[in-house]
Design a protein around this ligand. Structure first.
Ligand code: SF4
Ligand code: SF4
Length: 392
């Protein structure tokens, strides 16, 4: 049913697809390949499917669409590809083409694309993927003594999950307050960073959200933006400059980067001993910026925290929830998360600590589903518990 003209985004990067030599190095650290074992689920398999679609010897079925969406965009395949192919770019192009085909009513039978569309519509209408009301974005402020200045040098870009699920937004707020950081937020003027629209191929919405957020940050006059969500960080720091073809006039950093600066300057001091053996999980979106050491440095500074590391041979791997997979195929996501939790339990961890609301949600669902005796804790919760209040 499909022809080359159905895939304009893939056609533009055809040379990247035909460069694949089918060696399968990309499979080694792919969490999807490890879990599903089918060739079509692997990055090499996806490349073969896409070559078939472009060259007219493959057909789009629900199974192939599902395979193309069974990806967390963790980026491990790209790191391992000896041919140097930007697999992320290729997979993203395929999603843009599938999204557009669905909108041209050419794939309206696809259950996967119907789900993608539903989630993208929420972003278009409510500016968050959860379907909550935009005016309730500041719901996390309820019961908190939130008095923020109208403008400040630093904006805390709260993000959808921290804002609507409330806990992470409150913890970040309390830590920043305790450290006397001069910051504010965009309040109800903030909209989703656009991560899900971006990963689901809805280019128009991703661009509108990027333009809107950048203009609001610019209006505020802030030069620095802090995120507690690594997904927001990826969008603001890595994707917005590409989407808008212009680097925004602010620097975006993750809260762990700011807190490491405070730690090194002696301004982040801990006092309460927490007595906990933990494993730290690296959120994929932070690894793209080489943020490995900062969270570990903070953890090592908290009295009583015993930081356990997995064996050196083990590559850090995705929680299973990235790239929108948790919203599309929660069962697969939590099977992947279960493997990581079991590894953490094997080395004696009482808790798995991370600093990403999406990773935390995936791991929490997996621990519950499989009844695993491990706590999932956000790094900021540990920081707040042990923090020594700095006086002016
Ligand atoms: S590692 Fe690169 S070249 Fe080898 S199969 Fe995977 S995508 Fe193709
Ligand atoms: S991005 Fe990650 S999940 Fe997706 S194919 Fe590559 S290694 Fe697998």
């Amino acid at each position: 049913m499909n022809s080359k003209t159905d895939f304009p985004n893939l056609s533009k990067i055809r040379e990247k697809i035909i460069e694949c030599v089918k060696c399968a190095f990309c499979k080694a650290n792919c969490v999807i390949s490890k879990e599903l074992l089918w060739e079509s689920a692997s990055p090499r398999g996806k490349m073969l499917i896409l070559r078939g679609l472009l060259d007219g010897f493959g057909t789009l079925t629900e199974k192939t669409i599902e395979s193309l969406f069974n990806c967390t965009f963790c980026g491990e395949c790209e790191k391992d590809c000896l041919a140097g192919i930007s697999l992320g770019e290729v997979f993203l192009a395929s999603r843009k083409d599938l999204f557009n085909l669905n909108h041209e009513n050419k794939l309206s039978e696809s259950a996967t694309l119907q789900r993608v569309d539903l989630l993208c519509q929420r972003l278009q209408e409510n500016y968050n993927p959860l379907g909550n009301l935009p005016e309730e974005r500041t719901i996390w402020e309820l019961g908190q003594d939130v008095q923020l200045p109208k403008s400040a040098e630093i904006i805390y870009f709260v993000g959808c999950m921290p804002a609507y699920y409330r806990k992470m937004a409150r913890t970040t707020f309390q830590i920043l307050k305790a450290l006397n950081v001069n910051f504010t937020t965009l309040g109800t003027d903030e909209r989703c960073c656009g991560s899900l629209s971006f990963f689901f191929g809805d280019e128009r919405t991703a661009k509108e959200l990027a333009q809107y957020n950048v203009s609001k940050i610019k209006e505020s006059g802030a030069k620095k933006v802090i995120t507690s969500c690594p997904g927001c960080l990826r969008m603001l720091r890595l994707e917005y400059p590409k989407i808008l073809e212009k680097k925004p006039e602010f620097e975006a950093i993750h809260i762990t980067e700011l807190l490491t600066e405070f730690l090194e300057a002696g301004k982040l001091q801990f006092q309460s001993e927490l007595n906990l053996s933990i494993v730290y999980h690296d959120p994929c979106e932070l690894t793209h910026f080489n943020i490995y050491e900062q969270p570990r440095r903070i953890l090592k500074a908290i009295p009583g925290i015993k930081l356990l590391e997995n064996s050196e041979n083990e590559t850090p791997s995705c929680c299973g929830g990235g790239g929108g997979l948790m919203s599309l195929n929660a069962n697969l996501s939590i099977r992947i998360a279960k493997r990581k939790l079991e590894t953490a339990l094997d080395i004696g961890a009482e808790a798995l600590v991370t600093c990403c609301p999406a990773c935390s949600a995936t791991f929490t669902s997996a621990a519950k589903e499989y009844n695993l005796p491990i706590n999932i804790i956000d790094l900021q919760d540990l920081i707040l518990q042990s923090l020594k209040k700095i006086e002016n």
